[in-house]
Design a protein around this ligand. Structure first.
Ligand SMILES: NC(=O)c1ccc[n+]([C@@H]2O[C@H](COP(=O)([O-])OP(=O)(O)OC[C@H]3O[C@@H](n4cnc5c(N)ncnc54)[C@H](O)[C@@H]3O)[C@@H](O)[C@H]2O)c1
Length: 319
């Protein structure tokens, strides 16, 4: 008998959740999606998702977990400056929200719980590539995600829940929240350059980031979901390579050929100088990143080209 397995995805209207839901549906899962649309948009949500507009902090979500085989808990307050400006709200969403989703999964006896953690947990660690064992969160966002992860570990020990923690590095790709005041670096460069504006670099541009394309992360999501060896573990999910912000600008410029030079502005405080994932553990499950940064940027440009408001200058179209 071919019974469709059901997966709950919180944060389904956001960048990662919407891409993940599509991938799960294409693989034959049914997806129940939860999002309060505080940051995500309905436009992102695949029509096949059973969508519920709800807040993860509300016990009204509990019945949605009944009969589910797995949960991907992605909903969170993710905008770093907003977390600094509204720390109580960040804690409410990322800590209490996570605890409420854990409760929902525990009560419904869901077999697998996957928590979206962040490389921001490594802010105070200066060993590269960075392994999973040691963390040192500093900022409000990192501390709130860390507290959520601590409850995940607590439920793993206390209730024997099968909780796997995936610690993403800088993900990029289609559906990233490009409407933000300061969008993530790649989307920011592409949007400004498509509109004929100079891309803005905060600081010298020499900070290095481990960027990973969203579909590579989805490959790993499927491994975590389907391979029992991943049960109750913690994994870095990065590319194992890093690029400086200046190098990213060069790569985008090579694809768009705008002739626009970056505009350098004062550094944003509280950001790590370097991130670089040790992905040995993830690779031991047979996974590895497949999308090069050039290809990932090309796909992201194709997506954004059809969505950002009209360019002020003519930019050669990519085929
Ligand atoms: N994108 C990255 O590079 C990255 C890196 C590390 C970790 N993460 C983690 O991955 C997860 C997804 O990130 P993303 O980039 O898709 O972020 P996103 O902001 O695009 O999506 C988060 C979604 O959660 C929803 N949400 C927020 N609070 C909610 C609440 N109280 N109730 C219901 N829904 C709520 C938002 O509306 C949004 O759709 C987050 O947990 C984030 O911490 C992302």
């Amino acid at each position: 008998m071919n019974v469709k397995r059901c997966v709950v995805v919180t944060g389904v209207a956001g960048f990662v959740g919407s891409n993940l839901a599509r991938r799960l549906l294409d693989r034959g899962y049914t997806v129940k999606g939860i999002d309060n649309l505080s940051a995500g948009t309905l436009e992102n949500v695949d029509g096949r998702v059973e969508f519920h507009e709800a807040d993860i902090r509300n016990p009204e979500i509990y019945p949605l977990f009944e009969g589910a085989d797995a949960v991907f808990h992605l909903a969170a307050k993710t905008c770093l400056p907003e977390c600094v400006n509204k720390p109580l709200e960040a804690a409410s969403m990322n800590v209490l929200g996570t605890l409420n989703v854990l409760e929902a999964a525990r009560i419904a006896d869901v077999g697998k719980f996957i928590y979206a953690d962040t490389s921001a947990e490594y802010e105070g660690i200066h060993e590269f590539p960075t392994r999973e064992e040691e963390i040192r969160p500093i900022g409000v966002y990192a501390a709130s995600k860390h507290s959520g992860a601590a409850f995940c570990e607590s439920y793993r020990e206390l209730h024997g829940m099968n909780v796997t923690i995936v610690r993403y590095f800088n993900m990029y790709g289609p559906a990233q929240d490009w409407r933000r005041v300061i969008p993530p670096v790649m989307s920011s460069f592409i949007i400004r350059m498509l509109q004929g504006d100079r891309p803005i670099i905060y600081g010298t541009g020499e900070k290095r980031r481990d960027f990973i394309y969203v579909e590579d992360v989805n490959d790993f999501h499927l491994v975590v979901l389907e391979d029992q060896r991943a049960n109750a573990k913690t994994y870095n999910v990065g590319s194992g390579m890093n690029f400086s912000v200046n190098e990213v600008y060069q790569l985008v410029e090579e694809l768009l050929k705008t002739g626009l030079r970056p505009l350098y502005k004062p550094d944003l405080p509280g950001e790590a100088e370097v991130t670089l994932a040790d992905i040995t553990a993830a690779k031991s499950l047979g996974w590895e990143p497949r999308v090069t940064i050039g290809e990932g940027l090309r796909r992201t440009i194709d997506y954004l080209r059809s969505r950002v408001p009209k360019a002020k200058v003519s930019v050669p179209s990519h085929t």
